[in-house]
Design a protein around this ligand. Structure first.
Ligand SMILES: Nc1ncnc2c1ncn2[C@@H]1O[C@H](COP(=O)(O)OP(=O)(O)OP(=O)(O)O)[C@@H](O)[C@H]1O
Ligand SMILES: [Mg+2]
Length: 489
């Protein structure tokens, strides 16, 4: 289902994160832009108002000094001077000044009467009584007004009122105002731009994200298709590597490795069944043949006894096979945990060597034993016995008559090192690795008596006791099995 796909989830998460980030970013941007626009406006109004106060002061001074320069008496002149006219004249002249274009100037006397005003006051009401009182105390103030004249769009005005103080007395009050329409327009445009850009960006990035996810996950789709075709029969099928050298390629390589391991496991399982059937069939066929021959005619008791004896030998072989298989199966299921007890390994080796001596004597093989003391181990007696039995059995079995088998066992620091060396036919280098496999016999002619399970059991016992085993051998030069087991305290 599409909405369950990684692609869909990735795209949705991607878009959600982007939408959140963009909203936060837009909000912060809008806030800062609007704040700085308003601050700029206030700075402009303040500087204009201060400029006006300064300019009018200079202008008035010049008017006052003018007549004086021509000999008129100051007090005469002062009587005739009309501040209102001067202010009005000044405002009129300056109203054409491009710097004051958007600014509406109103000048009040301390009683709040308009003394002069620029041509258009755009319906801005006269100074309120509260503001006047506040300003007459020598304070300046900002305010935002909504004029009461009817327009389609409500335009707010920002005003700044400041007193012109001389000799600690307010001479007149200057009020400058500017419409906030340009700021409002800028902010409105910004809102619209963000409003359009926001979903557009989220949508476009989402689409690109979906496309990228699709491209990235395409090899996964291909892998799924190939995996569908893999069955037990065609485990050799491999995933095609995407060649991207990324995690997906790693996944494909890992999957191929796993397939190879499974293939190996299945093949060896198959081989196990074949080998097991074959090894079971051989003694059963021998028994069947002997029975058939015996039953062909009446025989004397000695003949029957001999048939029974040789059959018993074959039955014992089958039992040994079954025992070995059971033991290996248990090792595999890991339910044979060594029953660890404090043991003396030298006694176990001694016992096994004595048991095998009968077999060795038949072939005139000398078994020499050399061990030192302090061979304590914590281990499973039965398993360890079985291990040495299998090793010595091999040594005697694969050594021709008059050969020699040497067992040396000594303690080396924390480990017990046991070496079983023979003078037999040895094992070829390329086969050494495989002798621990189940049913593997290095001698392909299968003339040997065994099933190829002895060394598998040896390896399992060594592993269960946290030990190590290695083989040193070359064909015709004999073989050495070297085992190292952690010593018990
Ligand atoms: N000491 C040895 N010298 C030469 N070849 C050996 C020696 N021990 C083992 N091998 C080779 O390794 C193979 C595997 O040994 P392993 O003990 O597992 O099986 P096996 O002796 O054939 O049968 P089983 O032990 O089950 O009766 C043997 O068939 C033999 O070819
Ligand atoms: Mg063996």
């Amino acid at each position: 289902m599409f909405y369950r796909s990684i692609r869909f989830k990735m795209t949705i998460v991607y878009m959600a994160v982007l939408a959140l980030t963009l909203s936060a970013f837009s909000a912060v941007l809008y806030h800062y832009v609007s704040r700085s626009l308003y601050e700029n406006m206030d700075t402009l109004l303040r500087s204009k108002a201060e400029g006006i106060v300064h300019a009018i002061g200079t202008y008035w001074e010049a008017e006052r000094l003018g007549p004086n320069r021509y000999g008129a008496r100051i007090d005469e002149w002062q009587g005739s001077i009309n501040f209102a006219t001067i202010a009005q004249r000044w405002v009129q002249e300056r109203s054409k000044d491009p710097k004051l274009l958007d600014i509406i100037v109103q000048i009040y006397d301390p009683n709040g009467m308009v003394v002069a005003s620029s041509k258009s006051t755009q319906g801005i009401a006269s100074i309120s009584e509260d503001s006047l009182i506040y300003v007459l105390y020598g304070n300046s103030m900002f305010d935002t007004l909504t004029p009461s004249f009817p327009t389609k769009r409500i335009v707010k005005f920002r005003i700044f009122i400041t007193p012109a103080v001389k000799n600690n007395q307010v001479e007149y009050v200057v009020q400058v105002a500017s419409p906030l329409s340009s700021i409002q327009t800028t902010l409105d445009t910004m809102k619209v731009a963000l409003f359009i850009l926001f979903p557009l960006t989220v949508f476009l990035t989402g689409m690109i994200g979906a496309l990228l996810a699709k491209m990235t996950l395409r090899p996964v789709d291909n892998m799924i298709k190939t995996i569908h075709d893999i069955t037990v029969e065609n485990m050799k099928l491999k995933l095609k590597l995407p060649g991207t050298r990324d995690e997906i390629e790693k996944l494909a390589v890992t999957f191929n490795d796993m397939l190879a391991r499974l293939d190996y496991a299945f093949t060896s399982q198959k081989r196990l069944f074949e080998d097991l059937s074959h090894d079971l069939k051989t003694p059963l066929t021998i028994i069947k043949g002997e029975f058939e021959v015996a039953l062909k005619k009446k025989r004397n008791p000695e003949d029957y006894e001999s048939v029974l004896r040789s059959s018993l030998e074959e039955v014992n072989k089958i039992i040994r096979l079954a025992d070995n298989m059971l033991m290996l199966a248990s090792f595999e299921a890991q339910n044979i945990m060594p029953d660890r007890k404090k043991l003396d390994l030298s006694l176990i080796i001694q016992g096994v060597a004595n048991n095998i001596r009968k077999l060795a004597d038949e072939k005139h093989i000398e078994i020499s034993l050399s061990q030192n003391d302090n061979m304590g181990i914590k281990g499973d007696e039965e398993q360890l016995k079985q291990m040495f039995l299998n090793l010595l059995d091999n040594a005697v079995k694969y050594t021709p008559e008059n050969g020699k088998v040497t067992v040396t066992a000594r303690r080396e620091k924390e480990n017990l090192r046991i070496k079983v060396q023979d003078t037999g036919r040895g094992i070829a280098g390329d086969r050494i690795e495989r002798v621990f496999d189940r049913f593997y016999r290095a001698d392909k002619s299968r003339t040997g008596q065994g099933f190829g399970l002895g060394l598998s059991i040896v390896k399992s016992v060594v592993d269960a006791h946290n030990g190590k085993i290695k083989i040193e051998s070359s064909p015709g030069q004999g073989a050495s099995f070297i085992i190292s087991l952690p010593a018990g305290l």
